[in-house]
Design a protein around this ligand. Structure first.
Ligand SMILES: [Zn+2]
Length: 103
């Protein structure tokens, strides 16, 4: 996956009256039939009128937040930690479908 695809899949931007909030996907039990997906805010809220490039930068830096993303030792790509099996290979390296539905 390219970084842009990882960002698109595992982060989202939520608009609130207070500002724009970049959130990271947190997945519990990703390898079951019904993984539990929640979203957690990363970093500081951006102003409502933040420029698209600043929103993009915030999403990129979310991938560097080690609470929410870790680097798969095998493919060297960022993934939510729960998708890196035993800390050694991500579900994509393992070829395991993870049943994640984007809302
Ligand atoms: Zn991998």
């Amino acid at each position: 996956m390219t970084e842009a695809e990882i960002i698109e899949k595992y982060t989202r931007v939520v608009k609130t009256t207070l500002g724009l909030w970049v959130q990271a996907m947190v997945i519990k039990e990703p390898l079951t039939d019904s993984p539990e997906i929640t979203w957690k805010g990363v970093g500081r809220m951006l102003p409502v009128r933040a420029l698209p490039e600043n929103v993009e930068l915030a999403r990129q830096s979310a991938l560097k937040d080690r609470r929410f993303f870790k680097i798969c030792p095998q493919c060297q790509e960022a993934r939510p930690p729960s998708l890196i099996h035993n800390g050694s290979s991500c579900v994509d390296c393992l070829g395991v479908p993870s049943n994640l539905q984007q809302q």
